[in-house]
Ligand binder design. Structure first.
Ligand code: SF4
Length: 68
């Protein structure tokens, strides 16, 4: 489980980026480790799921990928 800020630093499994103008979009790139446009949207995404611990330690996970 991640805090929302931690999740927002991870690559979304649904994200695709295009390296060159004519190249197909892919889930990975050789030019950047983790481009900002491919990162998790956290609770702004419909797939985000919260796990309730307490109000000071809010964590969740990607409902598409499942809890870690
Ligand atoms: S919660 Fe949404 S934006 Fe985040 S990794 Fe999952 S599908 Fe991608």
């Amino acid at each position: 489980m991640y805090t929302e800020d931690q999740a927002r630093q991870k690559w979304c499994p649904m994200a695709r980026v295009q390296e060159d103008g004519n190249a197909p979009a892919a889930n990975r790139t050789t030019k950047a480790d983790n481009p900002g446009t491919a990162r998790c949207l956290g609770s702004d995404c419909m797939a985000w799921r919260w796990t309730v611990r307490d109000k000071r330690d809010k964590r969740g996970f990607c409902g598409m990928a499942g809890p870690i």
